[in-house]
Design a protein around this ligand. Structure first.
Ligand SMILES: Nc1ncnc2c1ncn2[C@@H]1O[C@H](COP(=O)(O)OP(=O)(O)OP(=O)(O)O)[C@@H](O)[C@H]1O
Length: 261
């Protein structure tokens, strides 16, 4: 397939859709569509503008890209280029001024706020630069809370929370509260929390920005483990060039568009 799945691909171009034809010995061979060849997310012609006083601020100016199962995609770009605005649209926190966003079978640009909230709670996980943990709860209780919020049956909480903390290498720290953990460990709790309800997509806004390079590398290694183990996709923003080699694809945003290669 023309679509590239390897590592460290600098992709400044929107990828190609519906690419099911293979050329083999001069013949065109039609590939059956597998689950992994179907995009989990499809963003088409997305624009977002805001009214600021009398002016209309055009922040996103026509974004096109797709994400596939088990992909790690990074968005890079200068401050103010529109990365967070795009992440908010992908996560169903906001709606585009024009264009289409399809997440799995859901057409986000046509959903009501309530519909997007339900989808978000069940099918998307969020990770923030500042970890966003409940300070008085232990690592285990933080993960359990996420399961409760997503409506997962109580009978599953204990095993699932323990499994997710094991996945991020924190079994021995599960009864520690955030202030008893290092920054990297806190971010790993946040990852366990984000993955616990079995989302299909995790959105991470600068997840390594508060960490030193060693802890940042640990977080990226955990991302790779959960992609393999939980079959999810991750889209993250970053300014850190040292971690970009871990990505499957990197998109550079410049002034509300993806930089053309
Ligand atoms: N709700 C809003 N109303 C008005 N302007 C907004 C709004 N949200 C974002 N903007 C503007 O859109 C531009 C892009 O912001 P955005 O937060 O998406 O950038 P970013 O690439 O994520 O930056 P950073 O790397 O600093 O987080 C900025 O100029 C910002 O002020």
């Amino acid at each position: 397939m023309a679509r590239w799945f390897g590592k460290n691909k600098e992709s400044s171009q929107p990828d190609r859709e519906g690419d099911t034809a293979l050329t083999s010995g001069g013949n065109t061979v039609l590939q059956p569509e597998t689950e992994e060849s179907m995009p989990i997310l499809s963003v088409r012609g997305v624009e977002r503008s805001f009214q600021v006083g009398r002016d209309r601020l055009h922040v996103l100016k026509g974004i096109n890209f797709s994400m596939y199962p088990k992909e790690l995609v990074m968005l890079k770009g200068r401050s103010g280029s529109g990365k967070t605005t795009l992440m908010n649209l992908i996560g169903g926190l906001d709606t585009p001024s024009s264009g289409e966003i399809k997440f799995k079978e859901h057409l986000f640009h046509r959903c009501s706020d309530d519909e997007r909230t339900v989808i978000r709670r069940k099918e998307i996980g969020f990770i923030f630069q500042s970890f966003a943990l409940m300070p008085l709860l232990s690592a285990y209780e933080n993960v359990e809370l996420s399961l409760r919020m997503a409506g997962v049956p109580k009978s599953q909480w204990k095993a699932r929370a323990a499994y997710c903390l094991e996945l991020v290498g924190l079994t021995k720290r599960m009864h520690h509260r955030p202030f008893e953990l290092s920054g990297g460990e806190q971010q790993r709790v946040a990852i366990a929390k984000a993955v616990a309800h079995r989302p299909s997509l995790i959105l991470a806004d600068e997840p390594t920005a508060e960490l030193d390079s060693q802890m940042g590398a640990q977080v990226m290694s955990v991302f790779r483990n959960i992609i393999a183990d939980e079959h999810i996709s991750i889209c993250m923003t970053t300014h850190d060039t040292t971690i970009m080699e871990v990505a499957d694809r990197v998109f550079e945003m410049v002034d509300g568009t993806f930089l053309a290669g």
